[in-house]
Design a protein around this ligand. Structure first.
Ligand SMILES: C[S@@+](CC[C@H](N)C(=O)[O-])C[C@H]1O[C@@H](n2cnc3c(N)ncnc32)[C@H](O)[C@@H]1O
Length: 344
C-alpha cells in the first residue's frame, strides 16, 4: 500500500487507551475496518478511507488532527531527509502551504522544531510553484514527533477543542455536581458505537450531558432519571442548545423502552451522586439486565463504575460480552472503570 493511502491520526494524550478505543468504536459504527498499522504514543496509522476525515472530524472527542500520511522517519536528520526525498509533493502544485512540526511529550528533544520545519520546506521542489504562507495556507504539511519517529502528514481535519470548554456544564441553565465534562461524555457516547439516526439511551441521564452530546451528533437520544428535578433540568439543558431529546422519568433498572441501538451511562457511585438507597452492584445488575433486553443484537453499552465493584464481572454475569475495560484514576480513593460490553 502506498504511503498516501494511509491515514495519520494525532490523538489526545489525556488517557493512555481511551483515544484508540474511541477511534475503533467510531470506525465500527460506520462499518469501516480497523486494521491498525502503527500504534505510537498519541499516534495511529490506519489505511486511508475517504469517510474517515468527515467522521472523526465531526464526532471524535479524543482525536485532535488527522490527514494523509506522507512519510515517517526515525529520530535522525538523515532519516528525515531521506523520507522527505521519497514524498511525491505534487499535491502542493501552485498551492500556498505551511509546515508545522510539533513534539509529543519529550521525544527527540535535541531536534530544533523550526529547523525541522525549514528542512521539510526546503525539500519541496521549487518547480511546483508552491508558496509558503503561514497565515492562511491552503495546505498544512504537519510533522509530529512521537516515541518511535517523526510522522509527516497532510492535514485534512482538525477537531475544534474549544467547543468542549464553551459548553462546560457550569454554563448550562441546570447544573448538578457529578456531571462529567462534555469531552468525556462524548467519548462515552462514541464508545457505544451508536451512529447518526440510531437510537441512543442514557438510563441515568442526570443533567443530560450524554444525551446532549449524542443529539449534537445527529443521534436520536432518550434520557431517563429517577429524580424529577434531573428530568426537568436535562430537558432545560437540551433546549438551551436547541436540541430535541426525550427525557423520561423512570428507573434505570426497569427501562421503560423496548429497544435501543446503543447505551452509554454514568450511574451514581454512591459518593457524590446518590444511588437512592440501592447498592451500586444492584443498580449495575439491573442496568445490565435492562441493556441485554433492549439492545439490538451487536448493540453496545458503555458504562462506568468504581473499579472495586468489578463492573466487568457484573456485566458478564448478566449475559453481556465484555469487550474492553479502561481504568481512569479520579482521585486517591476512586478509580473509575469504563466498560464496553456487547449484547449477543
Ligand atoms: C452520576 S449522575 C449522572 C450524571 C449525568 N451523566 C449528567 O450528565 O449529568 C447519576 C444520576 O442517576 C440518577 N439515578 C439514581 N438512581 C437511579 C435509577 N435507579 N434510575 C434512574 N436514575 C437514577 C440520579 O438521580 C443521578 O441524576
Amino acid at each position: 500500500m502506498s504511503i498516501h493511502q494511509r491515514a495519520f491520526l494525532l490523538l489526545s494524550g489525556e488517557h493512555p487507551t481511551l483515544p484508540y478505543a474511541e477511534v475503533r468504536s467510531l470506525l465500527r459504527s460506520e462499518g469501516i475496518s480497523y486494521p491498525e498499522e502503527v500504534k505510537d504514543d498519541q499516534v495511529l496509522v490506519l489505511p486511508w478511507e475517504s469517510r474517515l476525515a468527515e467522521l472523526l472530524g465531526a464526532r471524535a472527542a479524543l482525536v485532535m488532527e488527522g490527514g494523509r500520511l506522507l512519510a515517517c522517519a526515525d529520530h535522525s536528520q538523515e532519516a528525515l531527509r531521506r523520507a522527505c526525498g521519497s514524498i511525491d509533493w505534487g499535491f502542493l502544485e501552485g498551492k500556498r502551504f505551511g509546515v508545522r512540526v510539533t513534539r509529543i511529550k519529550r521525544y527527540w528533544t535535541d531536534a530544533d522544531l523550526q529547523l525541522l520545519e525549514r528542512r521539510i520546506g526546503d525539500s519541496i521542489p521549487t518547480c511546483l510553484g508552491a508558496k509558503v504562507d503561514l497565515k492562511s495556507p491552503e495546505v498544512w504539511v504537519r510533522g509530529v514527533i512521537s516515541a518511535r519517529g517523526i510522522y509527516l502528514f497532510m492535514s485534512e481535519f482538525k477537531t475544534e477543542r474549544g467547543t468542549f470548554f464553551r459548553r462546560r456544564p457550569k454554563t448550562r441553565p441546570y447544573f448538578h455536581p457529578g456531571v462529567l465534562e462534555p469531552k468525556l461524555s462524548r467519548t462515552f457516547v462514541n464508545l457505544s458505537s451508536v451512529r447518526g439516526g440510531e437510537l441512543f439511551v442514557d438510563p441515568f441521564c442526570g443533567t443530560g450531558g450524554f444525551i446532549i452530546e449524542a443529539a449534537m451528533m445527529g443521534i436520536k437520544s432518550v434520557g431517563i432519571d429517577l429524580d424529577l428535578r434531573m428530568v426537568r433540568g436535562a430537558l432545560m439543558n437540551a433546549r438551551f442548545y436547541g436540541l430535541d431529546c426525550d427525557i423520561l422519568h423512570g428507573d434505570a433498572t426497569e427501562l421503560p423502552l423496548a429497544r435501543a441501538d446503543g447505551i452509554a451511562t454514568d450511574p451514581p457511585y454512591g459518593r457524590g451522586s446518590s444511588t437512592k438507597g440501592e447498592r451500586v452492584e444492584d443498580l449495575l445488575r439491573g442496568l445490565m439486565r435492562g441493556a441485554r433486553e433492549i439492545l439490538r443484537k451487536g448493540g453496545r453499552v458503555c458504562f462506568a463504575a468504581p473499579s472495586e465493584v468489578r463492573p466487568s464481572l457484573v456485566a458478564e454475569r448478566e449475559g453481556l460480552q465484555v469487550l474492553e475495560e479502561h481504568m481512569m484514576r479520579v482521585h486517591k480513593s476512586l478509580t473509575r472503570a469504563i466498560v464496553i460490553a456487547e449484547s449477543g
